[in-house]
Write a protein that binds this ligand. Structure first.
Ligand SMILES: *Cc1c(COP(=O)(O)O)cnc(C)c1O
Length: 437
């Protein structure tokens, strides 16, 4: 299949779209058309792996990776994606647990798929590809874990020194020799600027072969559509009803993947987005004016996005605000409501949710009873609460057991280098690690 930029420029193959990340005109890659499916196409597909193979095969037509799709999917879904009924009496709801991967958040799915693709396309032991990633916490850990020990691939993770939680820092710094973790004396924005300056430096680019793995890469979206396909089919088969999804949303990647799955014919009803106090999307649907702004800090830090880049893809697929608001709904959930939802979830379900997932449980709990019973709902759980124990534990008054994945990460040795905010300092750190004399 061919891909084109949301801004209309020349088509690219899947291989090119994966390797480039961003299109040359600054737009985001989208498939030129979406394949259409009906339930029969998935008749023999029971696992998330089987569903993914059916759903993604059309996108891999003509790609050099076509024959390797099964291996790529096996590497991606090395962990389960359970759909669990929610205890409680408020009606038919399930929770889609996307947090059983190595770093206990849904970003593992996209990062692992992209790593499996890129290492096959570009991995070269003699001239490794270097993935540069700036992170405010979650993304960098998923990317580092996904590329850890891959031959022909290196990762340089930049994070703001002292501004990530202890557990986040450990997830950024516990990997093998091919992952360089750099604590930068500066903010997340400084880290992002330093990444851009580094990639723009021609002599460094020639030496290191830079690439990026950020969330606008189409290689992170495609695999995310598969768990919506899988969950909706599971639900539809047992109940005959198309479930609605409530999705914690920041940069709109995860939500856009759900919209794609519905547009491909999967049995998905309503799509409801839950954001934190960053209200750019909600204001757009209400005012019809797109007004991106600086992000505000909330308890759901991985959703602190004031200018969601995947809006460009969403508008391309569904249309501008007036059309959008007929096809999706958005609710803003502030920090006080997040706290209340975490407490209520613990009381009602018997387990706590993370601050991101809590935006979605809040929306579900505060729907009108008519809306709640109009359809069956699947609440998307994006991270394990133990990743955010400093927020969650005081609210529920007890400690959260560590899942095995996180326990494994926390027991590893950690190492990072600390640098001043400068290209020279970063260059030296990269040389020391990758070209020691
Ligand atoms: C990244 C992230 C989100 C937001 O997902 P988007 O695709 O950016 O909308 C929600 N929850 C968690 C835990 C995340 O890490």
């Amino acid at each position: 299949m061919q891909f084109q930029s949301t801004r209309g420029s020349a088509p690219a193959s899947l291989d090119q779209a994966l390797a480039n990340g961003l299109a040359a005109d600054g737009g985001l890659y989208v498939p030129v058309e979406l394949p259409q499916f009906d339930d029969d196409d998935f008749a023999a597909a029971d696992s998330v792996f089987d569903v993914a193979a059916v759903l993604l095969t059309p996108f891999f037509q003509g790609s050099t990776l076509r024959a390797e799709l099964p291996d790529i999917l096996a590497e991606t879904f090395s962990f389960p994606v359970p759909l669990t009924p929610l205890p409680g009496s408020r009606g038919n709801a399930e929770i889609l647990e996307l947090y059983h991967g190595p770093t206990a958040a849904f970003k593992d799915v996209g990062a692992r798929f992209l790593a499996a693709c890129l290492s096959r396309l570009e991995g070269d032991a003699a001239a490794p590809l270097t993935i540069l990633v700036a992170t405010s916490g979650d993304t960098g850990g998923a990317v580092a874990a996904a590329f850890d020990q891959r031959v022909g691939m290196r990762v340089v993770v930049l994070f703001p020194d002292g501004r990530v939680s202890e557990r986040q820092a450990q997830q950024l710094t516990c990997w093998s020799d091919n992952v360089l973790s750099v604590a930068v004396k500066g903010s997340f924005d400084d880290c992002q600027k330093l990444v851009k300056a580094t990639m723009a430096n021609a002599s460094l680019a020639a030496k290191f072969r830079f690439s990026s793995a950020n969330s606008i890469n189409i290689g992170r979206l495609l695999p995310q559509a598969t768990y919506y396909a899988y969950a909706s089919l599971q639900h539809f088969r047992k109940s005959g009803k198309k479930p609605g999804f409530i999705i914690p949303t920041g940069n709109l990647g995860n939500a856009h993947a759900c919209v794609m799955a519905r547009a491909m014919g999967l049995p998905i009803g309503a799509i409801v987005l839950a954001t934190n106090a960053n209200r750019t999307i909600a204001d757009y649907l209400a005012s019809l004016k797109w007004q991106p702004r600086a992000s505000v800090q909330t308890l759901a830090t991985a959703m602190d996005v004031g200018d969601p880049s995947n809006m460009e893809r969403l508008r391309g697929l569904l249309g501008d605000a007036e059309k959008l608001r007929q096809q999706i709904e958005v609710f803003v959930v502030d920090d006080a409501e997040i706290r209340a939802a975490i407490r209520d979830d613990f009381t009602e379900f018997g387990f706590p949710t993370c601050p991101h997932t809590a935006t979605a449980t809040h929306v579900w709990r505060h729907m009108s009873s008519a809306a709640r019973s109009a359809t069956d709902w699947i609440i998307v759980a994006t991270a394990h609460p133990a990743k955010f124990e400093t927020v969650v534990e005081p609210l529920i008054g007890t400690s959260i057991g560590l899942p095995a994945e996180l326990a494994a990460i926390l027991s590893k040795p950690s190492r990072s280098v600390m640098i001043e905010l400068s290209l020279d300092a970063l260059t030296e750190a990269m040389r020391d690690r990758f070209f020691p004399s």
